[in-house]
Design a protein around this ligand. Structure first.
Ligand SMILES: CC(C)(COP(=O)(O)OP(=O)(O)OC[C@H]1O[C@@H](n2cnc3c(N)ncnc32)[C@H](O)[C@@H]1OP(=O)(O)O)[C@@H](O)C(=O)NCCC(=O)NCCS
Length: 348
């Protein structure tokens, strides 16, 4: 009998991004929730959010982001061994978003499945891609976080509607000659199952038991406290298991839930001023599973010196810089460290 064995190490080779085509500033949504531009900016750091037109789906955004990532990885699509789409906003319970995306990416009949882990979805996807490659089940894996959350909000809801946006971020994960994705610290906490919820089930909607189609709600303060205190612990744990120190980091890219959460986490982690921080939420909003790859993509676009620095360090062959990845959700948690794609290694 034989057993599959893969390469010892993996890395992210490239990233891709696609945001909703519409800019929705705070002033456009405050009426139905009796809010103000000032309140939203102060409490969340959001100035405007990206949302997609009616005819655009999460799968469309995923294909756009995934295509860019595959092109930038410089690999033939036939070398993609699996496609994972992390999403909570597919248009149907089945078939999966990922099978449609794999078909449209032209990667053939490879394994494709959806990951339903909300804001943690992308980090869950990277953890699985790393494991699939190292176990010899795939040579390269496309991981995509894709959401059209505007379909899931009630414009009159004051609890969460104003936070959410639409977009997709993608990564190609492949083999590496050196350690480049640290161990993932992950888990879940079902005791907070009801901190973020839907207003009802599809069955209740079908049976006429709901006044309107189910939409999202949250207990904002509970989620806020949980994100800051518990996620800071997970982030510190991820640093520890990676065998690095906060001052070794080039960038910190947490889930883009709320600018105040991002700032508080950076403070608790005692990050030095030199560490770049992903703050894509200001103009994209909270895109759940898409938020970390979107924020990383933007950070590298706005700070090409970070790519240059990483590239120059890669010349030493053993050195690697890290960009932290973790997410905050009351139900599922995970985090790990990984280097941002380096120009010198992004084309193989
Ligand atoms: C949602 C969130 C922005 C609310 O901010 P907050 O500072 O906790 O606000 P509070 O709920 O304490 O409410 C403060 C005041 O603002 C009011 N308020 C609540 N929502 C409001 C809104 N949308 N617009 C204007 N005022 C609002 C409240 O009524 C309250 O008024 P009061 O002081 O007169 O009683 C914040 O809790 C948050 O970001 N939570 C975590 C979000 C998150 O990570 N979600 C994960 C999903 S991926």
């Amino acid at each position: 009998m034989t057993q599959a064995v893969g390469p010892q190490y993996t890395r992210i080779l490239s990233l891709g991004a696609a945001r909703g085509d519409l800019d929705v500033p705070n002033d456009d949504i405050i009426g139905p929730i009796d809010s103000s531009d000032e309140w939203i900016r102060q409490r969340t750091g959001i100035i405007s959010r990206k949302r997609a037109s009616k005819n655009v789906t999460a799968a469309d955004l995923a294909v756009a982001a995934g295509s860019e990532a595959i092109e930038k990885a410089g690999i033939d699509p036939s070398r993609v061994g699996a496609v994972l789409v992390s999403t909570i906003s597919g248009t149907m319970a089945t078939p999966s978003v990922s099978t449609l995306v794999a078909e449209r990416l032209g990667v053939g009949t490879v394994p494709a499945y959806d990951v339903n882990a909300a804001c943690a979805g992308y980090t869950y996807g990277i953890a699985q891609a790393d494991a699939l490659i190292r176990s010899g089940l795939a040579e390269h894996v496309v991981v995509i976080g894709a959401e059209k959350l505007s379909e899931m909000v009630d414009p009159t809801d004051r609890s969460i509607s104003f936070l959410l946006g639409d977009g997709a971020g993608a990564a190609v994960v492949g083999p590496s000659d050196e350690p480049a994705i640290s161990p993932t610290v992950w888990g879940s906490d079902g005791s907070h199952w009801s901190s973020i919820w839907m207003t009802g089930t599809f069955q209740q909607w079908r049976d006429g038991e709901l006044e309107s189609f189910p939409t999202m709600r949250q207990d904002g303060q509970t989620v806020f406290r949980w994100a800051v205190w518990e996620m800071a612990k997970v982030a510190r744990q991820a640093i520890e298991v990676a065998g690095i120190r906060p001052e070794d980091l080039t960038a910190f890219v947490p889930h883009q839930a709320n600018m105040r959460i991002i700032d508080e986490l950076a403070k608790q982690m005692k990050l030095p001023e030199s560490v770049l921080i992903g703050r894509d939420i200001a103009t994209t909003g909270n895109t759940s599973a898409a938020s970390i790859p979107l924020a990383t993509h933007r950070l590298l676009e706005e700070h090409p010196e970070a790519s240059g620095g990483l590239s120059s360090r890669s010349a030493s062959e053993r050195a690697w810089s890290t960009a932290p990845r973790w997410y905050g959700s009351p139900r599922i948690r995970g985090g790990h460290f990984e280097p941002s794609p380096r120009p010198s290694q992004s084309r193989r």
